[in-house]
Design a protein around this ligand. Structure first.
Ligand code: GLY
Length: 356
């Protein structure tokens, strides 16, 4: 799989402009959603190549990451005469980089794409690493491919428009990257004052974003197709996805990263019980997440449904739930089978720590 280039930009217009000038393509397309069309596209307009680009705009929100909108993107590309030599820029959050990446992967068997993430979640996770796809048949990212963009341009100025919940959501993936990486990466993540520095999003956040992306890139480079160590990036997500699915089922949807933060708590508990993850580190993380994230409420009667969601996770093989756990900070253990009673215990642990 070709390697993607990830650039944390200081000056997006000049760096993107220089990159576009270094490429040959016959037509440039930009995919936006209704929000990034008004809030972010104007930032790129000074670039001459962008002024001539065809803009494709879809509805915002993960519920629109579907086959109908994908088909709309394909139609626009086709009607506007896109060819294999065309280039598609995906300007938006994870929904846009996932769906635009998949449109790029499939149109005429693949056209080149560039990702410009505009949310923290997309900057540190979705836009980086080449996973693309859409939701289908009620299942998240059910259809997709590994198709890395040529380049990812991360510009932290876009993060200034995000609300606190969306910052927290992306930050959960940064916490995850730190936990699977090292104490050295984790300490500044826990020290960063999410509340007071959010309004300015000054230097430290972009430094943390750079470190976080570096953790993901290093893992993806070793295992782009998720046969082994890339499963480290699923830490917190087996339970996290189940929480997210339950929140949709109950029509009280929560942001992906909020579900992941709660999932991290459960999976750290399992890490402690099964892999000996140290208790002081577990307590430190529970305290941190409790201080920063809203609790996710569920009841004992939800346990069966939550467990069922976990068994349906597409990363499982042979009906066995495959957990990624930690023996310590940065000590990743993949493909861990966990008995059902321990999984349920971890759900108890979360509720006892957060909901009473
Ligand atoms: N979001 C996890 C991964 O890219 O593998």
């Amino acid at each position: 799989m070709p390697r993607q280039k990830v650039v944390i930009v200081k000056d997006l217009t000049s760096e993107l402009s220089a990159f576009l000038s270094s490429l040959t393509y016959n037509k440039l397309f930009i995919l936006t959603d209704e929000n990034t069309y008004t809030a972010c596209l104007p930032v790129l307009r000074p670039i001459p190549a962008i002024r001539d680009a065809a803009v494709i705009t879809v509805c915002a929100g993960d519920s629109h990451k579907n086959v109908e909108q994908l088909s709309y993107i394909w139609s626009c590309l086709s009607n506007e005469g896109a060819s294999r030599d065309s280039l598609l820029i995906n300007l938006g959050g994870g929904m846009i980089t996932d769906m635009g990446g998949f449109a790029g992967a499939t149109f005429k068997r693949g056209i080149r794409t560039i990702n410009i993430p505009t949310t923290l979640m997309a900057s540190v996770d979705a836009a980086v690493g080449g996973k693309t796809g859409i939701n289908f048949n009620g299942l998240k990212n059910e259809i997709g491919s590994f198709y890395p963009p040529l380049c990812v341009f991360i510009d932290c100025q876009f993060l200034q428009t995000l609300d606190h919940d969306n910052i927290l959501s992306g930050y959960a993936e940064m916490i995850k990257h730190a936990l699977i990486s090292s104490e050295e990466v984790l300490i500044p993540i826990l020290q960063f004052d999410l509340n007071s520095q959010l309004s300015t999003l000054s230097f430290p956040l972009s430094t943390l974003v750079t470190q976080s992306v570096a953790v993901k890139e290093a893992i993806v480079e070793q295992d782009p197709l998720e046969k082994g160590i890339r499963k480290a990036l699923n830490f917190g997500h087996t339970v996290g996805h189940a929480f997210e699915s339950l929140s949709f089922l109950k029509q009280r949807p929560i942001l992906h990263g909020h579900a992941v933060a709660a999932g991290i708590v459960c999976e750290l508990y399992l890490s402690h019980r099964i892999c000996g993850f140290p208790l002081p580190s577990l307590s430190r993380m529970v305290h941190y997440i409790k201080e920063h994230y809203p609790p996710f409420f569920y009841e004992c009667k939800d346990y069966d449904k939550l467990y069922e969601f976990m068994t349906h996770d597409k990363k499982n093989e042979g009906g066995i739930i495959n957990f990624t756990l930690l023996a310590g900070i940065g000590e990743v253990r993949i493909n861990r089978e966990v008995p059902k009673n321990k999984v349920l215990e971890s759900l108890d642990f979360y509720r006892e720590s957060f909901c009473f």
